[in-house]
Design a binder for this molecule. Structure first.
Ligand code: LMR
Length: 394
């Protein structure tokens, strides 16, 4: 039977990761996959995670199954972190999932069960895995304009015009903060306008929030998600702990389905449990338990928040340094957007041949659409990148 299999296209981000590993040049710079790295190039285990792991090792006396939707304490802690009290908690069904990707996948499956004819509106561009999962599940997608190639900001008029074509039964996929892959984000007034369009069209928002704490701060980055959730009757939220807790390989995420009223809660919760059972049964627990411990313990929580804030401000510092270097070298402000963008990524907004030239001639690896992982830089490599960007003629 296996002879019937067809080769699947390689995931571009993961293929780039491999190409970087295979490059023997010592001066190479990895701005590819979205993983935080400190100034020494290490992706550290966060202090609070280490402490919680230590405590867990001492205290945990069983590894028996949790529930199909994970430990409810994890869901409660994450609902508090993402939503605070923006919506009544008895309207929120929630399921732990293998990472944020698992939450996205389960959300799409839920949508397909609820509305087989639903279209999912996706920003152009969006995280490529959104598109491949939608395609794999046979869900129709409709791109909406998002990135303005000229300003490297949001093409807001285009976005609103496209979202207005959605209707009830459609889903609008939004990035809660730190848009991946562009780094260009909506401001508060623009979010209000998006909410108005959601209300007018009756389309259901689905928010992917994978970088809370990487943009303007832990609370600030959740503000849009909270406002959207509080303003519409139904909402899906896929949250990831991979980046803000640095627990990438532990696969820790949560899918939230917010219903119009508490009455719909049980059906949603049971459906999420059913979907988990069909796809992987019980979700991974280790990362979720660490997150629960950290969020529930004042000392661990403040240490985690302090370290996360260091991560965030270090990326902001690198952004400013890069924009400054480029201003100096180019004698213009045309790279000022790099300091305006937020989160781990910025889309440089250049052509694939220049991205290739950066890789071939300078050993600088970024995704083909010119997405750079800012956290792949340090204060020494910023000038090298800036010079290379000017050399290849961006
Ligand atoms: C990324 O966008 O690089 C990350 O979210 C990692 C991934 O799985 O693609």
């Amino acid at each position: 039977m296996f002879e019937n299999l067809k080769a699947q296209p390689a995931d571009k981000i993961l293929a780039l990761m491999q190409a970087f590993k295979d490059d023997p040049r010592e001066t190479k710079i990895d701005l590819g996959v979205g993983v935080y790295k400190d100034a020494t190039g290490l992706t550290p285990v966060m202090r609070a995670i280490k402490a919680a792991e230590h405590q867990l090792w001492e205290e945990q006396d069983t590894k028996v199954y949790t529930g199909l939707t994970g430990d409810p304490a994890f869901a409660r802690a994450m609902v508090d972190l993402v939503l605070d009290d923006a919506v009544p908690h008895d309207t929120i069904a929630a399921a732990a999932t293998p990472g944020g990707t698992g939450a996205v996948r389960q959300a799409f499956e839920l949508i397909r069960m609820a509305r087989p004819d639903a279209r999912v509106f996706v920003s152009d561009p969006t995280w490529p895995n959104h598109l491949t999962i939608l395609k794999y599940l046979g869900i129709e997608m409709v791109p909406y304009r998002y990135f303005d190639d000229e300003t490297r900001g949001v093409d807001f008029d285009g976005m609103i015009a496209d979202l207005k074509t959605a209707h009830q039964g459609d889903v609008v996929l939004l990035h809660g903060c730190c848009h991946n892959p562009t780094g260009a984000n909506l401001n508060a007034t623009q979010w209000d306008e998006v909410i108005k369009v959601l209300q007018d069209t009756g389309a259901t928002p689905m928010i992917d929030i994978a970088y809370q704490g990487f943009g303007d701060g832990l609370q600030e980055d959740a503000a849009a998600t909270r406002k959207v959730a509080a303003s519409v009757p139904e909402c899906l939220i896929a949250a990831s702990c991979s980046k803000n807790f640095g627990i990438y390989r532990e696969r820790t995420g949560l899918l939230m389905a917010i219903a119009a009223d508490a009455g719909a809660h049980k059906l949603n919760q049971d459906t999420l449990a059913f979907l988990n059972r069909q796809n992987f049964s019980f979700p991974p627990d280790h990362g979720a338990r660490l997150v629960t411990m950290i969020l529930g313990n004042d000392a661990l929580r403040s240490d985690w928040m302090a370290e996360l804030e260091d991560v965030r401000t270090s990326m902001l510092g690198l952004r400013k340094q890069l924009a400054g270097e480029l201003q100096r070298l180019s004698g213009s402000d045309r790279f000022g957007f790099l300091a305006q963008h937020r989160g781990m990524f910025s889309r440089l907004g250049t052509t694939p041949d220049k991205v290739e030239a950066l890789r071939e001639e300078h050993g600088i690896y970024m995704v083909g659409d010119s997405r750079m992982n800012i956290a792949g830089l340090n204060t020494q490599t910023v000038p090298i990148l800036a010079k290379a960007i000017i050399d290849v003629g961006v």
